[in-house]
Design a protein. Structure first.
Lengths: 258, 264, 283
């Protein structure tokens, strides 16, 4: 279970990215977070796994306090939280399998991972992750040789290899075309349903949010302005969250075709 | 790569070629080490050698005495300036000849390229020593040697810029009926000129350092003083000179970097 | 209606000033060095005097004296020196990078790089020879120490220019700092850094030939002794062999560097980037 209690994040330079955020997320939920750029979506996810330190308040993940935690505790917490990124963040010059194995970093001693001496059982887990996202035949292909959608699936496999309880996705489909975006969203949905992993996804495509989300959270200027079931969401809801009417660029289906 | 039932690919074997290359490099390294007399203990021996004491304290009055250090330093500086001027000056037309984009004709290009390759392959101080033998000891030989060195370095660097310059203005100049040299002058030169000046400053930096050591082979400048003091075993003076040189080089480098930033 | 021409821009004055400074510097240097026209004109004749006496080069005599072995000794010296420089500079470069280390570690290391770079190898050898004695080891050590400076600075820049994304991914997986460097940064920068090492090796071969001239091993001593005896055909032979070996190494190294860099993208841009980096003109 994830708990945000009166959390504020202020960056150096005075920018208040999150203000007094209160949020509780139960295990197994599939949550979609929307909001304009700069509303605090990225900050919310990164505060959760401590990549961005919260300035005030408390964040607990499965009972462990993240704010002000020691480096060792943070690593422990992070090993249970998988994260996928808009720009995939893969290691381009090495194989897909090596990328996925990075999910097992916390499970092996540093010297082993530094020299690439992964034990057989970790390799097995990595392979299984690749199978789950349906891309195992590319295991020994160089990461940069894959398409965008395939790279993102590798990113998902890497996160899955951690055997996480929570999955964070920061705009996972922003760099992908509509068809691939739907594939990736479908994968995330399936993983949530099959494995019961709590999932938080940042999206800026509102139609995708409505199509796949179960619970919707809306952020505006660092504050929580909407938190409810997807069934209760209408166009007006989005307009309130955004503070303006919906534009074509907010919808995936209306993306200009090149 | 066969794909077994489960759909998993088999692990690719490490290429034989990779193994061979790595093995060769390792063998070469060990052999080189033997030839050079490299053992781990030499590091410690160097570190703990009592001779280091002879480097301290530095006799500052001697160092700052005009005739001992300042004058030779000025000479060093002048050598660097002249060499840069001559070398970079000549490099401008030569780089255009070396570049396939702007070369007047094929034979000239090949000959020029061949000569430049050979010139660059000769270590800079070999030139200096040759010239010292030819024209006698002193700054003159040093300037010549460094000019050749500057020419070689500058041509290499600058011709690569010319290579990658936009060919379209040149085409336009030629299409308007211009002959070769004026076409290059108006079509390519303005684009590459800032790089030319920036590279020249860089070469000047290199020449300052190179002219310092010229004296070690008798070609003028502060190097001669260093060599002389070394032969008298006055290492404390040597250290003093080195410290001064060090400061000057750093200062010039900072100025050069600042100037170059404003150009490019 | 005809439009009046705009007034001449101010910068024209500044350009004249810069040109004047150049001319002044040139004049000062020329008079200071006593470079008269007579000497200038006489120089090529003097040089030609020697040059034509180098032909035909005395290859046989030189081969007898084991000059080829000496040239190879210069290569070994350069190899070991470059290796020392590479091995020492790589971890230091990580510690010196802005996106990696806190300031109190970074700054001293960057200063060490600068200090070591500013001292030419020849001067280093001059200092080292009384301590290590004459011979190839002095040369290798001098080259090694100096290379730590240049290689360190270049590696540091490569690390600073690398993409932070993969490092973030490692952190998000719960990895430690070393893993972040090993998997996030290293794969990105190794091709460029290895290519720098090879480029430095090319330069160091020339440097080690020069170091021989003051007794630090290699072919330089041969050149000096032949010149002293004014045995110009032998000098020619020594030069020819040196040039041949240097050119071969340059070609081999350029080939390997191209292969390394193109492991990831279109050749031309990468080489240009690499060259720009090497001359430090990127910023």
């Amino acid at each position: 279970m994830i708990c945000f209690d009166n959390v504020s994040v202020t960056y150096r330079g005075g920018v208040k990215a999150l203000r007094n955020l209160d949020l509780t997320i139960d295990d197994g939920e599939f949550v979609v977070i929307v909001g304009l750029s700069g509303a605090g979506k990225s900050t919310l996810l990164r505060a959760l796994n401590g990549l961005v330190p919260a300035t005030e308040g408390s964040i607990t993940v499965d009972g462990v306090e993240v704010v002000g935690a020691s480096a060792a505790t943070l690593r422990q917490v992070r090993s249970n939280i998988g994260m996928i990124f808009q720009t995939f963040n893969l290691v381009n010059r090495t194989t897909v399998l090596n990328n996925v194995l990075m999910g097992r970093l916390s499970a092996v001693p540093s010297w082993r991972s530094t020299f690439g001496l992964w034990p057989a059982q970790e390799r097995e887990k990595a392979m299984q992750s690749l199978e789950r996202v349906g891309i195992v035949e590319k295991a020994y292909v160089r990461a940069s040789d894959l398409s965008g959608g395939q790279q993102q699936r590798v990113g998902i496999a890497r996160a899955l290899a951690q055997e996480p309880t929570v999955m964070l996705a920061d705009e996972p489909v922003a760099a992908l075309d509509p068809v691939t975006s739907r594939q990736v969203m479908g994968d995330l949905q399936r993983i949530n349903q099959d494995l019961g992993i709590t999932t938080l996804i940042n999206l800026h495509f509102l139609d995708l949010a409505r199509e796949y989300g179960q619970r919707l959270i809306g952020l505006r200027e660092g504050q929580l302005v909407f938190d409810g079931d997807i069934a209760d969401v209408t166009d007006e809801t989005f307009q309130e969250i955004y503070g303006r009417s919906i534009a074509d660029t907010d919808l995936l289906a209306m993306e200009p075709v090149e | 790569m066969t794909v077994p039932e489960s759909g998993r690919p088999t692990r690719p074997r490490l290429k034989l070629r990779t193994f061979l290359t790595a093995g060769l490099v390792l063998l070469f390294t060990i052999y080189s080490g033997r030839q050079v007399g490299f053992t781990i203990s030499t590091f410690w021996e160097v570190w703990s050698n009592p001779l280091w004491e002879k480097f301290w304290p530095v006799p500052w009055e001697w160092v700052f005495d005009r005739s001992n250090v300042i004058d030779p330093l000025i000479e060093t500086f002048q050598i660097a300036i002249i060499s840069t001027l001559i070398g970079c000056g000549l490099a401008l037309p030569l780089s255009f000849i070396i570049s396939p984009l702007t070369t007047p004709n094929k034979p000239t290009y090949l000959v020029a390229k061949g000569i430049m390759n050979v010139v660059r392959a000769v270590p800079d101080l070999f030139w200096a020593k040759l010239l010292v033998t030819a024209v006698g000891i002193g700054a003159f030989a040093g300037s010549w040697a460094l000019s050749i060195f500057s020419l070689a370095v500058m041509v290499k660097l600058f011709s690569e810029t010319v290579d990658s310059a936009d060919p379209r203005p040149l085409e336009a100049a030629r299409a308007a009926g211009g002959r070769h040299t004026p076409a290059v002058r108006t079509g390519v030169l303005p684009t590459v000129f800032p790089s030319y000046v920036a590279y020249s400053l860089y070469v000047f930096e290199l020449n300052i350092r190179a002219s310092i050591v010229l004296g070690l082979v008798g070609a003028g400048g502060i190097g001669r003083v260093v060599e002389a003091q070394r032969q008298y075993f006055r290492f404390d003076r040597v250290l003093g000179i080195l410290l001064i040189i060090f400061v000057i080089v750093i200062v010039i480098e900072q100025i050069s970097v600042a100037l170059r930033k404003r150009l490019v | 209606m005809p439009v009046a021409a705009p007034p001449r821009p101010r910068t024209a004055g500044r350009n004249w000033l810069i040109a004047f400074i150049f001319m002044a510097g040139a004049v000062w240097s020329i008079t200071g060095l006593d470079v008269t026209l007579a000497r200038l004109l006489g120089a090529p004749a003097d040089a030609w005097n020697i040059l034509h006496r180098m032909f035909p080069p005395a290859f046989n005599e030189v081969y007898q004296r084991g000059v080829v072995g000496k040239v190879f000794e210069s290569v070994y010296i350069a190899w070991i020196g470059t290796l020392i420089g590479a091995v020492v500079s790589l971890p230091l470069a990580f510690l010196a990078a802005t996106n990696v280390s806190p300031r109190w570690i970074r700054t001293p290391i960057r200063q060490i790089f600068n200090a070591v770079r500013a001292v030419p190898e020849l001067i280093l050898a001059v200092i080292l020879i009384p301590i290590t004695g004459l011979g190839p080891w002095a040369g290798a050590l001098a080259i090694g120490i100096h290379s730590v400076g240049t290689l360190g600075k270049w590696a540091c820049e490569a690390i600073e220019n690398s993409d932070h994304g993969p490092v973030e991914a490692v952190e998000a997986c719960g990895g430690v700092w070393v893993s972040g460097m090993r998997w996030g940064v290293l794969p990105q920068v190794m091709p460029v850094i290895t290519s720098y090492w090879l480029f430095r090796f090319e330069i160091n071969v020339r440097a080690s030939a020069v170091l021989g001239m003051i007794g630090a091993g290699g072919v330089g001593a041969e050149l000096v002794s032949q010149l002293v005896f004014r045995n110009f055909p032998a000098v020619g032979a020594v030069l020819a062999i040196t040039v041949a070996v240097v050119l071969s190494i340059d070609a081999l190294s350029a080939f390997v560097r191209r292969r390394i860099i193109t492991g990831g993208g279109p050749t031309k841009n990468r080489n240009q980037e690499a060259t720009a980096d090497l001359t430090g003109l990127k910023h």
